[in-house]
Design a protein around this ligand. Structure first.
Ligand SMILES: Nc1nc2c([nH]c(=O)n2[C@H]2C[C@H](O)[C@@H](COP(=O)(O)OP(=O)(O)OP(=O)(O)O)O2)c(=O)[nH]1
Length: 135
């Protein structure tokens, strides 16, 4: 059986909006929306992975604030991932979109409208449940 790939993703919250990213046409899961992040390397903590990936993909420095429940998902073709989400805050940096089709800052209420990668759907729902009573 294939090994589960551990992937971190950042729900970056700044000035009342959330950063969402659309995967590019030539990535896996083309044009699906996701939270930016990536695969955890050997001997790397999820938090360190996320900071590294967000710097590499978007040129932003972030702080990691809170972990949400991770989601195990098997994609057709046999790829299984554990998607590990964290609420994050923006610290510094000028956004440069290096890998994605596009990036948007959207109101949390509008997250549910996007065409998410399947593994993200429970994560978006969990985040919305947490977000509503807290705001
Ligand atoms: N970064 C990120 N990846 C996600 C999310 N949801 C989701 O299913 N994924 C999947 C897509 C990829 O298969 C994997 C993350 O890999 P990646 O973004 O580092 O890698 P990649 O596109 O280069 O993938 P690969 O071709 O190397 O397999 O997790 C998400 O919200 N954020």
């Amino acid at each position: 059986m294939a090994k589960t790939i551990r992937v971190t993703c950042a729900i970056i919250h700044d000035k009342g909006k959330i950063l969402v990213a659309q995967r590019s046409e030539n990535m896996d899961l083309p044009l699906k929306w996701e939270f930016p992040g990536g695969k955890i390397e050997a001997d790397e903590s999820p938090e360190a992975c996320l900071k590294r990936e967000i710097k590499e993909e978007l040129n932003l420095r972030i702080e990691v604030k809170k972990a949400f429940k991770s989601n195990f998902h098997s994609y057709a073709g046999g790829k299984e991932i554990e998607l590990i989400p964290f609420l994050c805050g923006y610290i510094s940096g000028h956004l440069i979109v290096k890998e994605h089709q596009q990036i948007r800052w959207i109101e949390p209420e509008n997250l549910l409208i996007l065409d998410w990668a399947d593994a993200d759907v429970p994560i978006v729902n969990d985040f919305m449940e947490w977000f509503k009573p807290n705001h």
